[in-house]
Structure formats: structure tokens, C-alpha cells
Design a protein around this ligand. Structure first.
Ligand code: SAH
Ligand code: SF4
Ligand code: F3S
Length: 468
């Protein structure tokens, strides 16, 4: 069955993202770049002439899920073929980078495998894969894809929301011994401040009010100005804060060893920088931290938290934890619980260690049995859940500013976010989406807070936005 000729009805692309926010951002940029090649996005996979799975390799489960998904898409491809339509199947993201040609061997229906650093070549690769299937492009090119990807014009139309993610830094040179990211995303690189500011300005003009700056090691950001001077994350945040319309800035994910003094200072002085910090520590045991190659001690982390809190006393903290890293004893695990008790987190992500091929951790002999990992995960999650509930409960009766983000489930309800990233339901008119308003927290539910808007007629946040 020949492919449709160019100039026929527009081609449709369906993209599904797995894993982290960077994949969500990348998916949007892929759609942008394909728009130039005549593709429009569809949310209905059955209608798609091109299906892209943007995959995650971080844990075995995430990675294996892709192959069962591909099995289903293969059947879809056969169905469409029976009615005379071709479907091109592409695998992008971190599984693509890690497994490369192996994906084609496991699932022959796949036409294209493309790694995260090659998305600027996507239109060309899709055309080639349609002519001769089984194309693999996972090399790390010398050029930076961001210099070639189109500007965020199409992304603007899909931004629609008031909160957007923008990648500012990608890749990682840290090589924690459990982690695939340095292999799947490559070496650490930073986009230029000019490129980032231009993109955020476009988003702001399309109604974006909050921007989350993304990077695998976002606080290692070091963007270069045209004159060769270097801008830190704090410097960039201060520049982003000047963009008309942007009133909230967040960043994720940070490494403890890259929390520079000027970033702590920015948390004290830059009002647009939200008081929320996701600062993964993984473990509270020095022995395990060292085996993980995290390159800091539990004490150094706690001292850092103390300095962060000195800069911004109300800051909400968040972290990632891994239980059952090879060699982790009950004593090591108790150290982790102790650290959690000491710090007090507003939210956390926790995982059972998953050995990843090619990482040093996978070769360690003293792997922890599954039932022990499960038991530790449950204990850890019980503790952090109690802390989360406590953090939310402490909001009751407080006056707090929220960014109204989108319509809620009930008519007349809008969902907003506190500076601490909590979801708040509030009765408000949908015309107010995009405004920052003050509410009094009247009720604390399991997953969200409920607020009563304060109608003072002197809402500084709302007025500031009206001026934009
Ligand atoms: N760049 C971020 C995190 C990337 S991965 C950082 O440096 O913190 C997100 C989280 O997944 C990690 O923080 C870690 O807790 C978890 N993770 C990574 N590899 C893992 C593995 N092999 N098994 C279990 N969890 C893992
Ligand atoms: Fe992975 Fe460590 Fe790099 Fe984070 S810092 S992406 S956990 S190697
Ligand atoms: Fe997953 Fe790659 Fe992100 S492995 S977490 S999609 S960087």
C-alpha cells in the first residue's frame, strides 16, 4: 500500500509521553517541528498516521510497559492497513536512546527509533522511515537540537494553560550509580538565556503566568550570553521574573551539590520565585549515599536544608527516595527515616530500587530482596504521607495566594495552586483563570484544599495581571 502523497489531506500525529516533565515538553516540541512538515496533532490514536511513544527508561517497569503498548499499536496498524491507511510507528525518548536497534528486533512493527538529542531531525527521519522503515537515530550530535527546533509558535496554541514547562538544561554528568539518565540524555548542556527568554516571552503573550524551568540538574544551569559571560539559575530566574505576565517561577530537578549561594539568595529576594524546592536526597545513610555516588553526606544535606530555610523560612520541601539500594541494611533504612523525620517534607516521591542495565548499581552483588524493598517502601510512604497531611492541615484558616489555573470538576469551581504547589478548589468565575487571588483555606481534603476567595476589591495580583 503506497503512502499518501504530499498534498493529500493533512497527516495526523498522536504522541504519548511517559516519565518526567521533560518528556512532556519534548513531545510538544516534536509536534511543533512536525507541524512544519504538514502534521496536525490528534488525541485519537486510531486516526493517527504517525504514532510517537515518548518513553522513559528510569525503572524496569516504565521501560517494559513500552513493549506491551507497542504490541497494541501493532494491531492498530494492521487494522488501519486493512482499510488502506498506513501508520508510521516511532519510539522516542529514553528507551529509544538506551535500547536503539534492539527495539526493532523486539517489535518489528516499529518504523523509527529516535533518541532525545535528535528531535530536530524528526520530520526528515519520519520521511525516511516511511520510505524505508527501521531507521535508528540515537547518535549524540555535535549541534544542540534547540538551535534547530522551531520556535514555540505551535506550542503556544497547545500551552493554553497558565502554567508551562520550559527545558533550560538537559543531560547529566553526575553518574549516580543507580541512574540511566546520564546515558539516555547525554552530557549536561544549558540553553542560552536569550533562547529561553524568547520562548517564555512567547508563552507569556499566550497567557502563561507560571513557568517551571526544567533540567535533569537544573541548578547546574550555566547559560552563556553572546559576550561569553555565564548566567546561573538564579540569574536566569531574575531575568525571567522581568518578563511581563510571568508572576510565578519554579524549577526542577535540583541536585544538593549545585545549590549555589546566589540561588539561596534569590529565594530570599525574588518574589516571583516560589517557596517550593524539590531537592532529592535518595537516602539518609552515608554508606548508601556513597555507594550511590551522590557525593555528599546526610549531614551536609541537612545543613543545606538549614541554610535554605534561613533564606526562605516558609519554603516547602520535597525529595525523591530510593529504598533497597544494593547493600542497604535495616540500619541504613532507619537513617533514611530519621532524615525524613528531621527535615519534614511537604511532598515526596519514593521508589523501590530497580537495577538498570549498564549502570554500576546493577552489577552489585548484594541486591535487596523484593519483599524487604516492599516493606521499607510502605514504612517510608506511611511516614511521608503523615508529613504531607500535616503540612496541608497547617494551611487551615490561613490566607494564601493562589494562581487560578483551570476549571474544576464542579460548575463554578476553579482549581488553583498555592505557592507550595498544593491544589486548591475555589468558587470563582472561569473568566478569572490566570489571575493570582488571595483565599482563606476553609477545608483540607485528602488531595486538595478548599478556599474562599477574599473579595477586597484591592487584589494586587489580579490588578498586576490586568496590566499585562
Ligand atoms: N535528575 C533528577 C532525578 C531523575 S530520576 C535528580 O537528580 O534528582 C527521578 C528519580 O527516580 C530519582 O531521583 C530517583 O529517586 C529515582 N530513580 C532513578 N533511578 C532509579 C532506579 N534505578 N531505581 C529506582 N528509582 C530510581
Ligand atoms: Fe540521575 Fe543522579 Fe543525574 Fe539525577 S543527578 S539525573 S539521579 S545521575
Ligand atoms: Fe525517564 Fe528519561 Fe525522564 S529516563 S525520567 S524520561 S529523563
Amino acid at each position: 500500500m503506497p503512502d499518501r502523497a504530499a498534498g493529500d489531506e493533512p497527516q495526523k500525529v498522536f504522541v504519548k509521553s511517559y516519565g518526567c516533565q521533560m518528556n512532556v515538553y519534548d513531545s510538544a516540541r516534536m509536534v511543533d517541528s512536525l507541524a512544519g512538515a504538514g502534521f496536525s496533532e490528534t488525541a485519537v490514536i486510531e486516526d493517527a498516521d504517525l504514532v510517537i511513544l515518548n518513553t522513559c527508561h528510569i525503572r524496569e517497569k516504565a521501560s517494559e510497559k513500552i513493549f506491551s503498548e507497542l504490541g497494541k499499536i501493532k494491531l492498530l496498524k494492521q487494522d488501519r492497513l486493512a482499510s488502506g491507511k498506513n501508520t508510521t510507528i516511532a519510539v522516542a525518548g529514553c528507551v529509544a536512546q538506551a535500547e536503539g536497534g534492539e527495539i526493532l528486533r523486539r517489535q518489528k512493527a516499529v518504523d523509527l527509533v529516535v533518541g532525545p538529542q535528535n528531535y530536530h531531525r524528526l520530520p526528515d527521519l519520519v520521511a525516511r522511515a516511511r520510505a524505508t522503515p527501521h531507521i535508528v537515530d540515537t547518535e549524540f550530535p555535535a549541534e544542540q537540537k534547540f538551535d534547530f527546533l522551531p520556535h514555540a509558535s505551535a506550542q503556544v496554541t497547545r500551552a493554553r494553560g497558565v502554567s508551562a514547562f520550559v527545558t533550560i538544561q538537559e543531560g547529566c554528568d553526575k553518574f549516580c550509580s543507580f541512574c540511566v539518565v546520564p546515558y539516555t540524555r547525554g552530557a549536561e548542556t544549558s540553553r542560552t538565556p536569550q533562547q529561553i527568554l524568547e520562548e517564555i516571552s512567547i508563552l507569556a503573550r499566550a497567557g502563561v503566568r507560571e513557568v517551571t524551568l526544567l533540567g535533569q540538574n537544573v541548578n547546574a544551569y550555566h547559560g552563556e550570553n553572546p559576550d561569553g559571560s555565564v548566567v546561573s539559575l538564579a540569574g536566569l530566574a531574575n531575568m525571567v521574573a522581568k518578563i511581563p505576565g510571568i508572576c510565578r517561577i519554579r524549577y526542577t530537578t535540583s541536585h544538593p551539590n549545585d545549590m549555589a549561594d546566589d540561588l539561596l539568595e534569590a529565594h530570599a529576594t525574588q518574589k516571583a520565585l516560589m517557596p517550593f524546592l524539590h531537592l532529592p536526597v535518595q537516602s539518609g545513610s552515608d554508606r548508601i549515599l556513597s555507594a550511590m555516588n551522590r557525593r555528599h553526606t546526610a549531614r551536609a544535606y541537612i545543613e543545606l536544608i538549614r541554610r535554605v530555610r534561613a533564606s526562605r523560612p516558609d519554603i516547602a520541601l520535597s525529595s525523591d527516595f530510593i529504598v533497597g539500594f544494593p547493600g542497604e541494611t535495616e540500619e541504613d533504612f532507619l537513617e533514611t527515616l530519621k532524615l525524613i523525620e528531621y527535615v519534614g517534607y511537604a511532598s515526596t516521591f519514593s521508589f523501590k530500587y530497580s537495577p538498570r542495565p549498564g549502570t554500576p548499581g546493577a552489577d552489585l552483588t548484594d541486591q535487596v530482596p523484593e519483599d524487604v524493598k516492599q516493606d521499607r517502601l510502605r514504612k517510608l510512604q506511611d511516614l511521608v504521607e503523615r508529613q504531607r497531611a500535616q503540612f496541608n492541615q497547617a494551611m487551615l484558616g490561613r490566607r494564601i495566594s493562589i494562581l487560578l489555573e483551570k476549571a474544576g470538576r464542579l460548575a463554578g469551581q476553579i482549581v488553583g495552586k498555592t505557592p507550595y504547589l498544593q491544589t486548591v478548589q475555589v468558587n470563582a468565575d472561569s473568566s478569572m483563570i490566570g489571575e493570582v487571588v488571595d483565599v482563606i483555606i476553609s477545608r483540607v481534603g485528602t488531595n486538595s484544599l478548599f478556599g474562599e476567595m477574599i473579595r477586597t476589591g484591592d487584589n494586587a495580583g489580579a490588578r498586576r495581571l490586568e496590566n499585562v
